[in-house]
Design a binder for this molecule. Structure first.
Ligand code: MF3
Ligand code: CO
Ligand code: CO
Length: 266
């Protein structure tokens, strides 16, 4: 009750507070949690098989078959025309890489981004994988991007703002000489693939929606070794760094709890 009063007060002062539909019910959270657990299991499976010589089309096939065998649906397939069941984004690809027949090579880094639909609920998670023995700078970028995700998650608690997450991520990335992609961000997720709020990964603490228990959204910082600037290839999806520098991304789906965050996709 005290919480409702505080929210009403903030709303009256013009702060962006979440609409009712963004506060998930227990039943919705159970479904989203199961979808997240399957997506995470799929990444475990990918991690056991990925190595130099494997093509991203083979990864797509593993993800597709595992998803279907578990009675789920790969959310990416045909999503706004996306042609495959998973996004695979190696090296200078920031996000939304389309699986193809190029084999992975020793020294590559790659993001694999899986979203599964289980009983109508969405779970969205991505990880980086190291192929063979990447250079020190590449490994450092992957590690810092992961730290950025967890530092962002540490900011998740009732009455903090999306801006608190963004600020923590950007400060840490900058300290290490890396940049934060601005054109893409995290998002509410669960009942639909992409819901409100938009989760910006850079900028001031005073930005973005107020966090309230049982909101569910992703945090998925894209960290570049060089410039933050992006460009999209002619295929309409693949997004790469303008300067050809490496990019790394990790993603979790999280729920705001009474005291902090529950990582649904751990
Ligand atoms: N999983 C991505 C995200 O984190 C979205 C991929 S959309 C697709 O939001 F169409 F490219 F698959
Ligand atoms: Co994703
Ligand atoms: Co996402």
């Amino acid at each position: 009750m005290e919480q409702d009063a505080r929210l009403e007060q903030l709303q009256a002062k013009g702060y962006p507070v979440p609409g009712r539909e963004l506060i998930k019910t227990e039943q919705q959270i159970d479904g989203i949690r199961r979808a997240c657990q399957l997506s995470s299991q799929i990444l475990d499976m990918v991690g056991q098989r990925i190595r130099a010589g494997v093509t991203t089309n083979e990864i797509n096939q593993w993800v597709h078959e595992y998803t279907i065998q578990n009675g789920a649906i790969p959310a990416c397939l045909n999503y706004e025309g996306f042609p495959k069941s998973v996004c695979t984004s190696p090296n200078n690809v920031i996000c939304h890489g389309i699986p193809n027949n190029n084999p992975l090579e020793d020294g590559d880094i790659i993001n694999v981004d899986v979203t599964s639909i289980v009983d109508g609920f969405y779970g969205d998670v991505s990880r980086m994988f190291l192929i063979g023995d990447p250079a020190r700078e590449a490994r450092e970028l992957v590690q810092i991007a992961r730290d950025c995700l967890y530092l962002g998650i540490e900011q998740v608690k009732p009455f903090n703002r999306i801006g608190d997450i963004a600020y923590a991520i950007e400060q840490y990335a900058k300290q290490h000489g890396f940049s934060v992609v601005q054109d893409y961000g995290g998002h509410g997720v669960g009942v639909n693939f992409h819901e409100e709020p938009f989760v910006q990964h850079y900028g001031a603490r005073e930005n973005g929606m107020i966090l309230v228990p049982n909101m569910v959204f992703t945090i998925e910082p894209m960290i570049n070794a060089g410039s933050y600037k992006c460009k999209r290839l002619k295929d309409g999806w693949t997004t790469v760094t303008v300067d050809g520098s490496l990019s790394a991304q990790w993603e979790h789906t999280v729920r705001v709890t009474e005291t902090g965050a529950e990582i649904l996709s751990e």
